[in-house]
Ligand binder design. Structure first.
Ligand code: PPS
Length: 571
């Protein structure tokens, strides 16, 4: 049943008094610690954002949603909202049992009566919901590699909202927004969904959309979970606040949506529309490639550019929210204004300007100019603060190679060269030093070596995140572990793997610490290169040969590499 956009929408919360009582009772229940994505889902279930859902999907509802985007009773719902858990936890639950749902600090947010428990066919879910069983899709990757094997379903009773300490005044429940629209007399509201910073083209198109629909505008950015690699929401919200001032007074509002996106293109667009209808909006802007996940493992797009608009159109009537198709806006230099690309009739006589997302990232990374016609100076300033040019960002140089290959010596020389240049703090995480200070209890089994490298990776990622230079010099014999560390660090800055490619014969000949002799005699077990494996890096950023090259020259090769990657500014 659709609720008129200004009337209150049902929530799953109990009254304040009941919540206090339930909270005490729920402390004795078996509890499930929610993942960050489940916390986002639960928040929207409880506050009515996912109305008409009353809890995590039952098996019957799930099958309907996966197969034909409908709950068992026929209601349109395109996205499976499921409580995925481990097999161990699922085995410990009886059907009919109540469980407590806790956030990551242990706060009980709600309870759920488990009515259903099943092992889903995840490949089928991937095919049907996301269009392909391909791990290049972030939600399919999540489904196979993060989500638990078993789904639990059943009605939820809400006790309290998840606590947010950031931008509290900018967060609204569906009923708070409905009340706000009621108060302001906004009968028609166009919602704009976004997970990116807004620039002039967005401001122009959203304002035009609102004018066309003769409606007010709600900028409704997602601050729950977006696509990995997106600009963090703290930066984005500061950017949105700057853009908000550019709209004519009292036409536009901004509110933050704690949604965990799935990047499911067409189905996601329908889902977004239903959510915005619950938030009291009457219109929704759907653009080209709405909530697109990027390319699949064959390098092709998962969805056609207008699939989302088509699916939305098919269901528009039933959804109770109208689509405003997004117009592709471009800047016409001669007229100094943005215009919809398909409405420009004199294309041969004018200069059309556009900066793609990739080009914008390049300009930010290299500290190049971003013209005023493209974005607002306040937005650019915010982006520059979070994404300074590469020559001011943190990075990690990760040396790998056999014991005695020369890693530590080259790393030390590099450290001194970088300190001489100044500008960023430099930390050396040498294999031996780390083993003394961070990993003194560890030996050399695969498990312990991995743990050691993950610790080094963690420290290096923190240094990188905070704008410093981390130089690591462990053996790090396993390629999978090096890759995992790379992934941890690349969220924050560059990762430069340097293979110190001294042969095992040369290392043994040098035997600077006398360890190879002991390894040969069997007095040191699991010695890398002698009695333990070493995966030679296949594609390191740099490979240095130390035989016949002095240390200074090896370190200089790294400096040149860093310069060529834009990580240290040229003189
Ligand atoms: S690992 O595999 O990355 O965790 O190793 P790492 O922390 O770099 O430690 C290597 C240093 O420990 C000494 N050592 C051994 N190396 C390899 N295999 C065995 N079994 C071993 N036992 C002790 C060795 O001196 C290494 O120092 P470097 O600086 O690499 O020469």
């Amino acid at each position: 049943m659709q609720i008129p956009n200004l009337a209150p929408i049902p929530e799953l919360f109990v009254s304040y008094d009941s919540a206090q009582k339930l909270k005490v009772e729920a402390a004795d229940l078996t509890s499930w610690d929610l993942s960050p994505r489940q916390i986002c889902d639960l928040e929207l279930l409880m506050n009515g954002g996912f109305y008409p859902l009353k809890g995590f999907l039952t098996e019957e509802d799930y099958n309907g949603v996966v197969d034909n985007m409908r709950l068992a009773d026929g209601t349109l719902w395109p996205m499976p909202i499921t409580l995925d858990v481990s097999e161990k936890f699922a085995d410990s639950i009886e059907i009919g049992q109540d469980i407590a749902l806790r956030d990551q600090e242990g706060v009980i947010l709600g309870t759920m009566t488990v009515t259903d428990r099943w092992a889903p066919d995840k490949s089928k879910e991937a095919e049907k919901v996301f269009g392909a069983d391909d791990d290049a899709h972030p939600a399919v990757n999540y489904l196979h590699n993060t989500a638990g094997k078993i789904y639990l379903g059943g009605p939820v009773t809400g006790i309290q909202q998840p606590v947010h300490y950031d931008f509290r005044a900018r967060r609204d429940t569906p009923n708070e927004l409905r009340a706000h629209f009621r108060k302001l007399g906004w009968r028609k509201v166009v919602a704009f969904q976004t997970r990116n910073p807004l620039h002039r083209a967005h401001q122009e198109l959203t304002f035009r959309a609102a004018k066309e629909a003769q409606a007010n505008l709600l900028i409704h950015p997602v601050v729950g979970m977006t696509k990995p690699g997106d600009v963090d929401h703290f930066t984005r919200v500061r950017c949105y606040e700057a853009v908000l001032d550019k709209y004519p007074g009292s036409t536009t509002a901004m509110s933050l949506l704690p949604l965990a996106m799935r990047m499911a293109g067409p189905r996601e667009a329908v889902w977004h529309g239903l959510i915005r209808a619950n938030y009291g909006c009457t219109h929704f802007i759907v653009g080209r490639d709405h909530a697109g996940p990027g390319s699949n493992s064959q390098g092709e797009d998962f969805y056609g550019p207008y699939d989302a608009q088509e699916l939305f159109k098919q269901h528009e009537e039933e959804m109770g929210i109208a689509m405003v198709p997004f117009k592709h806006m471009v800047y016409v230099q001669e007229r100094a204004q943005y215009e919809p690309n398909d409405e420009i009739t004199d294309k041969d006589d004018v200069t059309i300007l556009n900066i793609s997302g990739t080009e914008l990232r390049r300009r930010l990374a290299e500290g190049l100019e971003i013209p005023e016609w493209f974005s607002f100076p306040e937005v650019v300033a915010e982006l520059r603060k979070t994404k300074p040019p590469r020559s001011k960002q943190g990075f990690t140089v990760f040396f790998t190679g056999f014991s005695g290959s020369g890693k530590s010596t080259i790393a030390n020389a590099l450290m001194v060269k970088l300190m001489e240049m100044g500008g960023r703090p430099v930390t050396l995480l040498d294999g031996d030093i780390v083993r003394k200070n961070l990993s003194s209890e560890l030996g050399f089994s695969k498990e312990h070596r991995d743990l050691n490298i993950r610790r080094i990776g963690y420290v290096a990622s923190e240094i990188t995140k905070n704008g410093g230079i981390a130089i690591c010099a462990p053996i790090a014999p396993y390629a999978t572990t090096r890759r995992a560390v790379r992934e941890d660090i690349e969220q924050f800055g560059a990762f430069i793997e340097v293979h110190v490619a001294t042969s095992i014969e040369e290392c043994e000949k040098r035997d600077r610490k006398g360890l190879y002799k002991l390894a040969r005699e069997g007095k040191i077990k699991e010695f890398t290169g002698i009695s333990d494996p070493y995966d030679v890096p296949e594609n390191p950023e740099l490979r240095v040969e130390t035989e016949g090259t002095d240390v200074d020259n090896c370190a200089h090769q790294v400096v040149l590499k860093l310069e060529s990657m834009g990580l240290i500014a040229g003189h």
